[in-house]
Design a protein around this ligand. Structure first.
Ligand SMILES: [Zn+2]
Length: 437
């Protein structure tokens, strides 16, 4: 088979199960999938007829996977910092959302987020918010891959003024986007086990089961949530979800900080998965998820940034650095969460947490050509003994040079090809003037 696109002259970090690294490698692709991968000497003469991208000695890496975002929240970046979660949420974020989240502002925020993700090497995100139709249209324009969940909460919410309609709206969203376009997979996103009633949680999960789609939920994020479940239900948030039969391989638990050994056993035996959001958890002082125990129990764990109001960016390279270091400090052990483990979480592990490991997360024949190239001609990336170490501990989002999703270039030489970044930043800035007033 002839390739329509070839990347060559770089170090390929495959992120496959062997974690193979191919120096001076090439990747050939056609129809959006990887059809050939190996050392440069194996490239066939006819492959030179394809479009060629010269990686110029950079790292060729699977596109990064952000397992938890609220894309439109970029418009609240830096609006309220250094506050406890409940104060931040109740006094700033919920009121700001009630006032400013509309279909137009969601599009601005999501466009800004898509631009930021492409510029920092993310090719897939898993999002949960309101006005998710508008987010889906924006992500589709950007050319990114995404799992998108319409938000469900038992309060009046942006775009869903009547909470009695929340699950119905989520079902409409899933039915509209299921099998609609190859890069977007719909999902349902329940806010938390305490802001949704058991009835709501059960019917949202049932709707996801009937459609074989992902059910996402923030769970066990704060000590307050833990105490609330202890006093109200005499159990933990995770056991509460398990009693409602909400945990299975299509359930993504976001945060999972306040968990005990039984909770970890439950999550593992139900095959539920976890999104770990170290920077958001640090910023809101929510605590530290026991990720090393999750991994030891065989739970699929991905990395997420959370929304931009609690991070405050979508740079997964920076998130990997935080993930690696946070657990070393927690356990007073520099050997835990080594660079390869963390990179796995941002690639194939994240894919597994989202149920997409057969399609994305590693550079292997047959997989989707979701690929990023890191420009290594930077002083902070010299000398390069270990490429994986550089990716986790030295590189940052601005080092990403090219980005492809399904074999299509979304960024080349740091120029965005699908989005007008100047117009997006202008719109975000105009919006800021309103929000500030
Ligand atoms: Zn979140």
């Amino acid at each position: 088979m002839a390739y329509d696109l070839v990347i060559k002259n770089g170090t390929i970090i495959t992120c496959n199960l062997n974690f193979d690294i191919i120096r001076n490698g090439f990747i050939g692709m056609s129809d959006g999938r990887i059809q050939g991968i190996g050392p440069a000497e194996k490239i066939r003469p006819q492959d030179n007829s394809a479009q060629i991208i010269d990686a110029q000695g950079g790292f060729i890496v699977p596109g990064l996977i952000n397992t938890h975002t609220h894309l439109p929240m970029t418009i609240f970046r830096g609006l309220a910092d250094d506050l406890p979660l409940q104060t931040w949420l109740q006094e700033y974020i919920f009121p700001a959302e009630a006032e400013y989240i509309r279909s137009e502002t969601v599009k601005i925020g999501a466009s800004l987020a898509c631009a930021e993700m492409i510029l920092s090497g993310t090719t897939t995100c898993c999002d949960g918010y309101f006005f998710e139709n508008e987010i889906a249209q924006t992500v589709q324009t950007a050319g990114l891959r995404a799992i998108l969940g319409q938000g469900v909460i038992d309060f009046p919410a942006p775009g869903v003024p009547d909470p009695a309609q929340n699950v119905t709206q989520a079902i409409k969203f899933m039915d509209r986007w299921k099998n609609n376009t190859p890069l977007i997979i719909p999902s349902v996103f329940c806010h938390t086990p305490y802001t949704c009633t058991p009835d709501t949680l059960e019917s949202a999960k049932q709707a996801a089961i009937e459609r074989n789609l992902l059910f996402q939920i923030h769970a066990a994020e704060t000590q307050e949530e833990w105490q609330q479940f202890q006093s109200k239900h005499h159990t933990t948030p995770v056991q509460f979800l398990d009693r409602l039969n909400l945990l299975d391989e299509n359930t993504l638990l976001v945060h999972a900080i306040w968990v005990n050994d039984l909770d970890i056993e439950t999550i593992a035996s139900c095959k539920a998965t976890i999104s770990h959001n170290p920077q958001s958890n640090m910023k809101l002082a929510s605590g530290i998820a026991p990720v090393t125990q999750f991994l030891a129990a065989g739970i699929a764990v991905g990395i997420g940034t959370d929304g931009c109001a609690s991070n405050n960016d979508l740079d997964l390279l920076a998130e990997m650095d935080s993930a690696a270091k946070l657990h070393k400090v927690r356990l007073s052990d520099p050997t835990v969460m080594d660079a390869a483990t963390v990179l796995h979480m941002a690639t194939l592990g994240g894919a597994k947490a989202l149920g997409l490991e057969d399609e994305i997360g590693s550079l292997e024949i047959g997989k989707q050509a979701d690929i990023i190239i890191i420009d290594c001609q930077k002083p902070h990336l010299f000398p390069a003994y270990h490429p994986v170490s550089h990716l986790v501990y030295a590189a940052n989002g601005a080092d990403v040079r090219d980005v492809l999703v399904a074999g299509k270039l979304l960024m080349q030489n740091r120029k965005l090809l699908t989005l007008d970044i100047e117009a997006i930043m202008r719109a975000a800035n105009n919006l800021k003037e309103n929000v500030r007033q």
